[in-house]
Write a protein that binds this ligand. Sequence first.
Ligand code: ZN
Length: 188
Amino acid sequence: MAILPITMFGDKILRKKVNKVEEVDNDRIELIKNMFDTMNNANGIGLAANQVGANKKLFIVDLTKVEDYENSDPMVFINPNIVKRSEDQTVFEEGCLSIPDIRGDVERPEVITIEYQDAELKEQTMDADNLLARVIQHEYDHVLGILFTDLVDDEMKKRFKKPLHRIRKRKIDIDYPISKTIDYQLTL
Ligand code: ZN
């Protein structure tokens, strides 16, 4: 078990469109395991690879601690691609382990279809709605270098300015390990 530092708003790797995963070797398996440990330690329900400093197009989702999702499985999405989005939109208050103590309303499609590879690199297609669609879209944005704070309305963006600056300067107090510099990156 290894808990990795989580990258923070302002870190360069969070703005990168990350690299495709070509193979799932021991390093990759280790990374995925450590991502689950890191996410659980921080009580998260989703985590993208660049949130632990890995330049890889993959993310994980685990809703098993959420009411009504106890019977779902923890999921790994490798080289994901959202191929369909419903016209119907919903608004939901989002947060992010890389942007602690800030929450904001984000409008997103209600239903999506995502193509991805699982941990064995087998091609999969999934339709998702409700909370699962929400988390998948949030994490998918991460591997494209997009953060939820980019998607809130202008008034909220204004309100976020100061707290985001504090996060960038690490003037925050959180109970999970975080990256020390904006250049933090894992070598993989
Ligand atoms: Zn996030």
